[in-house]
Design a protein around this ligand. Structure first.
Ligand SMILES: NC(=O)c1ccc[n+]([C@@H]2O[C@H](COP(=O)([O-])OP(=O)(O)OC[C@H]3O[C@@H](n4cnc5c(N)ncnc54)[C@H](OP(=O)(O)O)[C@@H]3O)[C@@H](O)[C@H]2O)c1
Length: 259
């Protein structure tokens, strides 16, 4: 029994679900967050039965104002101290910006950026007071170049990468670490939800499983690493994106999106 609580946002499917399974095998108690209550309850039953861990389910839409502060208040009220925060929830949308609904774009910014900042700020304070804690923010290899047909999504992940690395630097020596996980294409519901199934056809053979990605993130988090890019192909892609002229890397990203 670890007697330590992990809060995982977006734990109802994909990478977040695999994080939940992995932390449960290591005997962490879990706060599982998402919007799909039925799925979260099913996962809760699975993990409680298999691993005898405590599981609390939290249902909140992170695109709604004050979602993060409501999550924090609920856990405070129940005296659940969060030792590890995994900011994983996020989504994309695969259309040209001018054709996308504005509401979808602003919901994406609320979920991928604002809620991540708010949760980090809220849970960081008690971690700093305890001089111990770990934060894992899920960015993407999308952080390293602009992404036509997913412009807001790519930009949101560039934000997560930049913010998380600056924060990791600020927290050096505080007892709290910040790890940024940058997965490349991963086989989850993300692509279908984003309406980006053409890109899935192009990159399908390079896709990692959610389990592989979560394991790489978990190992990096536990070692206190600043950045984790899972998989050799993704590491090469990031290295190339860093040295290529922006116009070229942007054009390459568009080719992938257009299948
Ligand atoms: N799959 C990839 O290729 C890939 C690559 C790089 C980075 N990522 C990142 O990895 C993270 C996990 O994505 P995934 O691939 O595992 O996709 P996924 O299977 O679609 O899972 C996304 C999770 O985020 C939650 N979520 C989305 N919008 C939310 C909102 N407004 N409020 C609350 N929860 C919300 C979903 O909860 P509900 O279903 O309960 O609503 C779900 O649990 C995301 O940040 C994504 O950007 C994915």
């Amino acid at each position: 029994m670890q007697n330590e609580w992990v809060l995982i946002t977006g734990a109802s499917s994909g990478i977040g679900l695999e994080f939940a399974r992995l932390f449960a095998t290591k005997k962490f108690d879990l706060v599982l967050h998402g919007r799909n209550e039925a799925r979260l309850n099913e996962i809760s039953r699975e993990l409680t039965a298999k691993h005898s861990v405590r599981v609390k389910v939290l249902v909140r839409d992170l695109a709604q104002p004050a979602a993060a502060s409501k999550i924090f208040a609920e856990l405070e009220k129940e005296r659940i101290p969060v030792s590890i925060l995994v900011n994983n929830a996020g989504f994309g949308a695969g259309k040209f910006f001018a054709q996308e609904q504005l509401q979808v774009c602003t919901d994406m910014v609320e979920t991928n950026i604002t809620a991540l900042i708010e949760l980090t700020h809220l849970f960081l304070k008690p971690m700093l007071a305890r001089k111990s804690g770990k934060i894992l923010n899920v960015a993407s290899t999308a952080a390293f170049q602009p992404g036509p047909k997913m412009a807001v999504y790519y930009a949101s992940k560039a934000f997560v990468f930049s913010f998380s690395n600056a924060l990791a630097n600020e927290l050096d020596g505080s007892g709290v670490t910040v790890t940024t996980l940058c997965p490349g294409p991963t086989r989850t519901e993300f692509h279908a939800r984003a309406g980006a199934t053409r890109s899935e056809k192009t990159i399908g053979k390079w896709m990692m499983t959610a389990e592989e990605v979560a394991r790489a993130g978990y190992n990096g988090l536990m070692k206190g690493k600043r950045n984790v890019v899972p998989g050799l192909v993704n590491k090469i892609g990031v290295a190339l994106a860093k040295i290529a002229p922006t116009r070229l890397s942007t054009a390459a990203a568009r080719k992938v999106m257009e299948g």
